[in-house]
Each structure stands twice: as structure tokens, then as C-alpha cells.
Design a protein. Structure first.
Length: 413
């Protein structure tokens, strides 16, 4: 039998989807699962956009332009004016979701064995795409105790080597829900310019900031050659399956190379682009309502988690995630146990083990990422499940106090 690639073995599993076989088995047993593991909002996609796709009259769905439908590129360029970004449609490349934008960006900026500095924890797929391109991720650790705030530029500078090509941020943050301020970004801009690096920023969650102002890196003058932004309609318009994202930059060399990659994959999804264009026509009212809903859920989750003994969390500033430390020795084992061995009135909860969001996986061993994408009633029920699940689990396996596992009598017998 032929040998498969080493690259395929080295690419990590998604921590968001790694437990799906156990979830399927639980559902087959009749259990209802509260999905807090994945950023799939339950808020409805803009109905006008869905209707536009339903009423399409095309008799042939042909290839579109590789860089995306011109009218959509223009709409996105105008949309970013609200963030003080002066874009032309030529600065916007439509991609097959943000995932393709990430891959195109890394392959455009980096050669094999080049380095990209990323604060950890980070969106797990960054690591997977980097490994596919034989690009080295250099992590800069942030902590739950400090709400995953951005390290000072000096901490980044210590990691810069002759192989460093870029600093990669997610702002607002997935999986942390942190928000970097304009001041934070200004400091980093000076470092990027001094060392002639790219600054790649995933801004997918920019619309969901609570009480604090979002700053797009596209708004900074003099950074046109350095800045690349990744964007998507998946979260902001609850349209994950449309698979429409964007790679946005004013750097003409980057545009030239991205255009090659875009032509190789032919074109982004046609109907997804049609849906996206209509979404922007009704964006202001839709986004305002969605943001208010997530803000309410944010507080429900935070207060619920705080009421569970031994749980360590914080109130996130943005997005719809919270990284949570549990009083368990192994959060991945607990997440699996939730699906295989636990139920409360026929219900259980699915969480994302946080070790998959860290380069140094041991740092996330006791943490989970919780996505508050369910309505408030379901979120409260999920929290009740989690509270009871932790109670039962700790009775069986013991709990962690001050970093030390206190083994239960049940387990020791």
C-alpha cells in the first residue's frame, strides 16, 4: 500500500469538531445536546438574503470572477468605511470562507519554514493551515488571569528572528473574546514597520464588541504595505454555510499573488456571494439586534459560570466566546465524559477542550472554550447541565484545588 503524506499526519485535529463521533453516538441514544462547542449562531440568517437565493432565476450557474463578483467587492469596500477604512473594490478579494483567506494569506506572505508570531491561545485552524504550508507558528502566551490582553511590543520583539515574516492577531478574539484597543494596535504597528513585517488580523467578530470600541487595522495610515485583514459573513450574518469570506489588503504585491491562488481555485461560491450582497443591504438593523442578543447571553453565561464552584472565568469584551478554567485535571476527558456518560433529564452539553487552541497544549489542559450562541433559555439549561455534570464528575474523579488533584474517595476505591 502506498504511504500517505507525513504532512497529513502532522496537521492537528480540530478541537471544535474532534468530539463529533461521541456526539453522534449520544444523539443516537436519544440525548439532546446543548452545543456550546462551536461558533454556529442560532440567530436567523437575514430573511431577505435567503429569499434572494430562493428566487434566483439563473438557468446555468456558471463560473464567476476569481476575485469575486464586482458588486459584492464594492459593497464590502463601502461597508468598511464605517471603520474609517478607505478601500477600493480592488482591495477586496472574495474567498471561500475566512478559512481560504487564512490559507491564501499564509501562503502569500511566507515561504517554507518562515515564522509567524501569534498570541496563544488562538483559533486552532491557524496552526493547521500553517502546517499545511510548512510554516512555523511561534506562540506568545497570554493568560486567563489577565483576560488574554495583548502583550507589550517588547515581548513580540524578543521572538523576532530573520525567519519572521508576520505577526498574526485575531481581534476581537476567538477563542478568548478579548478586544485589543487602538493604543495596543498603534504600539504593534511601530514594531511591524521597524522590522518590515506583515500584520495579519482576523477581524471576523468586529461587530460584536460590548461597551468598547473596535479599531480596524485598515484604518491606520502609512500601513498599506504591511496590513492584511481576514473577514467573513459567517458570524456577523449568521451565514456559516454560505462560505463567503474576504482577504483585504492595499498591498499590490500581495494582491497579485492572491489573484494567482484565486484563479487556481477558479471562483468563490456563486449563491453564497448573492446572499452576502443582500445581507449588507440590511446590515445596520440586523447587526444591532444580533449584538444586543449576544450581549444578553454574555451576561447569562458569565453569571451562570460564576455560580459554579471551582470555575474560573471572566466577562469577555467581544465576540461570543469565553475561555473557562474548570476544577478538573483533564478538560478533554471531561468533555468526552459529558457525551459518553452523563445526562440530565435526557440532556447533556458539548464543549470545546481548550488545549487545541494552544501551541503549548498543557496550558489549556484544564480549560474549555464556551460559545454563547444559544438562546437564553437554552443557555440557562446548558449551565444547569454543566453544574450537575461537574458535581458528578468531581465525585468520581476528584477535583483540582490550588493546582493539585484532590482524589475523591469514590475514585480511590
Amino acid at each position: 500500500m502506498p504511504n500517505h503524506s507525513n504532512r497529513g499526519d502532522e496537521v492537528p485535529h480540530s478541537p471544535i469538531r474532534s468530539l463529533l463521533p461521541f456526539a453522534k453516538a449520544a444523539k443516537a441514544k436519544g440525548r439532546h445536546i446543548f452545543h456550546l462547542n462551536i461558533g454556529q449562531p442560532d440567530i436567523e440568517t437575514p430573511p431577505q438574503a435567503l429569499e434572494a437565493v430562493r428566487s434566483a432565476t439563473e438557468k446555468i450557474v456558471g463560473y464567476g470572477p476569481s476575485e469575486g463578483i464586482p458588486s459584492l467587492r464594492e459593497v464590502v469596500a463601502r461597508y468598511y468605511q464605517k471603520f474609517d477604512a478607505n478601500l477600493s473594490s480592488e482591495d477586496v478579494y472574495v474567498t471561500t470562507g475566512a478559512s481560504e483567506a487564512i490559507l491564501f494569506t499564509l501562503l502569500t506572505c511566507c515561504d517554507q519554514n518562515d515564522e509567524v508570531i501569534i498570541p496563544e491561545p488562538f483559533y486552532a485552524n491557524y496552526l493547521g493551515f500553517a502546517q499545511m504550508g510548512t510554516i512555523r507558528i511561534v506562540p506568545l502566551t497570554t493568560t486567563l488571569e489577565k483576560k488574554f490582553q495583548l502583550p507589550e511590543p517588547e515581548a513580540f520583539e524578543k521572538l523576532i528572528t530573520p525567519k519572521t515574516k508576520a505577526i498574526f492577531l485575531c481581534n476581537p478574539g476567538n477563542p478568548t473574546g478579548q478586544l485589543y484597543s487602538r493604543s495596543d494596535l498603534e504600539k504593534l504597528m511601530a514594531l511591524v514597520k521597524r522590522h518590515d513585517l506583515y500584520l495579519i488580523v482576523d477581524e471576523v467578530y468586529r461587530e460584536f464588541c460590548y461597551g468598547k470600541e473596535f479599531t480596524s487595522v485598515l484604518s491606520f495610515e502609512g500601513m498599506e504595505e504591511h496590513v492584511i485583514v481576514i473577514d467573513s459573513i459567517s458570524k456577523v450574518f449568521s451565514s456559516c454555510g454560505a462560505r463567503v469570506g474576504y482577504l483585504i489588503t492595499k498591498n499590490k504585491d500581495i494582491q497579485r499573488i492572491v489573484n494567482k491562488y484565486a484563479q487556481l481555485r477558479l471562483c468563490p461560491p456563486y449563491f453564497g456571494q448573492q446572499l452576502a450582497e443582500v445581507c449588507y443591504q440590511f446590515s445596520e438593523e440586523y447587526i444591532e439586534k444580533a449584538k444586543a442578543e449576544y450581549d444578553r447571553r454574555r451576561h447569562v453565561l458569565y453569571e451562570g459560570l460564576r455560580s459554579i464552584e471551582g470555575v474560573n472565568c471572566y466577562l469577555p469584551d467581544a465576540a461570543f466566546y469565553n475561555m473557562v478554567e474548570l476544577p478538573v485535571a483533564d478538560a478533554a476527558h471531561f468533555c468526552k465524559w459529558l457525551l459518553t456518560d452523563f445526562e440530565l433529564d435526557g440532556n447533556t452539553v458539548m464543549l470545546a477542550p481548550a488545549d487545541g487552541f494552544y501551541f503549548h497544549k498543557e496550558l489549556g489542559k484544564r480549560q474549555v472554550r464556551v460559545a454563547y450562541i444559544l438562546n437564553e433559555n437554552d443557555l440557562r439549561e446548558a449551565l444547569n447541565c454543566l453544574r450537575e455534570a461537574l458535581r458528578q464528575y468531581l465525585l468520581i474523579f476528584g477535583k483540582v484545588e490550588d493546582g493539585i488533584l484532590q482524589q475523591s474517595e469514590t475514585f480511590s476505591k
